[in-house]
Structures are given as structure tokens and as C-alpha cells.
Design a protein. Sequence first.
Length: 450
Amino acid sequence: MEESKLELEYVKELLEQRKYAELRDMLKDQNPIDVAQLLGEVPDEKLLLLYRMLPKEDAAEVFSEMEHDEQETLIRAFNDREIREVIEEMYVDDAVDMLEEMPAVVVNKILRHADVETRKEINELLKYPEDSAGSVMTTEYMSLKSDMTVADAFERIRRTADEKEDIYTCYVISPSRKLEGTVTLKEMFLTSKDTIIGDIMETNIISANTLDDQEKVAKDMAKYNLTTIPIVDQENRLVGIVTVDDAIDVIQEENTEDIEMMAAITPTDKPYISTGFFETYKKRIPWLLILMISATFTGAIITKYESALGKYVILTAYIPMLMDTGGNAGSQASVSIIRGISLDEIQFSDIFRIQGKEFLVALLCGATLAVANFAKLLFIDKVSVVIAAVVCATLLLTVIVAKFVGCSLPILAKKVGFDPAVMASPFITTIVDAISLFIYFQFASHILGI
């Protein structure tokens, strides 16, 4: 991070001194991803100047790696020739990702300068539902015919490789574009040039449908160690591929969404730094309102037992400890289950086995906490054995109930079609808080007779 900061300061210094030749040489030797990151740090008024210093062969790749805000700034400043060059050099899936985040007026400006074929491909991809495999695939894949020889295949690869996003895995299709098999460069290198592609292609193909959820596609790629996965339509015609870099982006987006949901924040596609304060407020306030209203149940329970607390004021001192312990125990279980669901390790059919396991874990954890707390209450707080018994019995039962709720709610949420991440810490804590207070006062009422 410090090195990046020093480099940025050096770039700003060169810009101020107008040492453009030196700056151009420095940018030329950098990785396009690092250059994109660097451009995101410079002031908007210097962005276009720096971008125009990039070598033509690197400019489109740098552009595709930039954040959407910087891309929009450049597009608005580009002349017609620059827009045409960027669109022609970008892979179609990268162009679609960019257009999905742009205002309509900017999208129209870009499409107006794209050639007919590129415009058609972009419009086709834009029609697919958000978060579907079709929305993240690229149509720039390497296709072969089954009756080709290996020599013919290599000739086709040499002729068209520059237009394809990936050439290591080639897809064998019929004249009607039905997917018949796959063959890799390695397999072709290890056979003679007269070998027929149909004789060496793999016909046991792992593929996905255009309407499949993008997260499922990314998980399948991780599961089967794939660098690309073919995407077919309802008639098994090959329409595109999803590459490993896009799969990584999908996984990162989904993980970010889960983290935000678990923190009771409405997910957003924008980076935190690029999100305005009012937009951040709008993402957070609905959940805070819901949680605040649900927390009124806790207040209602305390109010109901106000007279009991008046007789045994000491009971009030242990309410925060019981609520916090219950919330922590429930969160431990819910986070473990949510992660297991996201990795497809846990299904609804596992619910009873999970509940049994969490019950045993809760019994051991609750008993350990109760014993430790009993000793603390007697020897440090100097309370009576009866008060200690009430607190510790509540603690044991609270941990058991909290872990039961924490492991069950995410599975049930998934079953009825909700995101399991919703049932994370904030909701689990709110529910367990109310339950722990109810248990506490029930024990106090029966044991202390209040």
C-alpha cells in the first residue's frame, strides 16, 4: 500500500512538471490492472490525459479493469474514434459489464459507435436476466468442427485466436451449433496432425444453461476445477462461455453480498468509497428500523416483570451478560450454517442431524459457562446460591435455545426461498435477546416465587 502511494505521488509530480515522455515510459512498463488502479486515484481532470498516454494495445485492457465511475468519466470525454477503439478492443462480456452500470445517454453514445456485429452481441447479452449465466458469459470462444483434423484446428486457432477470450479449451459444435464435445490444446499437441478432432474430443461435458444462476455456475467451475464452462441455450446450442476471471468476480460479489446481508445492510454493487453518504444511509436505515421495532419485544418483557425486578434488583445486573452470551452463541451457529449452505455442504435434509449436533455442542458450552459463572457469582459477586442458580440455569438454557435457533433459521430461510444470510447476527441476536429474558424471568418467578 505504501509503495502504491509513493508511485501515485511520483505520477502527480511528473504531471505537474509536464514530464509526459517519462510518464508514458513508466506507464508502458506497468501491468494493466495496476495502471487501472493508479488511474482511479488521480483527479478527474488528469484522467483523460493519463489514459491517452497508454499504448494503444494496452488501453482497452486498462479501461476494462477500471471502476465504472472512471469509465463513465472517460466515455463522456472521449471523441468518436476513441470510443470506437475501446469497444472494438474490449471483450464483449467486459463491454456488457460496463454498459450495465452506465446511464442510458452514455450507453447510447457507446452503442452508436460500435460496429453492427458487436452491437448485436452486446444487445443479446443485455437481454439476459441479472445474475444469470447469460449475463456474465462471453461469446468470444474458440469453436471447432468434429470432422476437422488437428492440423486444421491449429490453423483455425492461429487465424482467430486474437479475437477470442480463451483458446486453451476449444468447443466442438455441429453445423446447427449444438455442443458436441470439448478438446484442449494439450490434447491436440499430444496427437498427430492428421488425427480427427471427433476422435479425441471429450463428450462428457459439464455445461450450464443461460438462465442458471451465476453463483451456481461459479461454484460448478470451482467444484470441477474448470477454467471455462460452456453456456448453452434451451436447445443445447452453444451461445457462450464463462471464464475463470468472471467466476472469481461472481464469487467475490456474492461473498460481499452475504457479508452485507449478515450485517443487516442492503447489498450494493458499488465499492464503499464510491457510494455517497445518502445512498449508504438508504441501504442501512430500513434494516435498523426493522431491528429497532423487533427489539421492542425485549422492552415489553422487561416492563412486564418490572415489579419482580423491584424486589430483586440484583437480577438486573445479569441481564446484559445473559443477552450477550445468547446472541454470541446463536451467531456462532448461524455463521457456520450460512457458510455451509453457501458452499453447498448443507441441505435441508440435514436439519435434524445439525440440530442434534448443535444441541450437544450447546449442552457442553452452556454447562461450562454455567459452572464458571456459578463460581464467579458465589465467590466474587457474593450473591446467594438461589440467585446464582437462577442466573446459571438461565444461562444454560439460553445457550441451548440460541444455538438451536441459530442453526435452524438459516436452513428454513433457504427452504422458503430467502437468502440464508438474512438470518445472521442482527436477527438471531434480536430473537435470542427476547427469548433469554423470557427464560430468565420464568426461572426467577418459579425459583424465587416472584
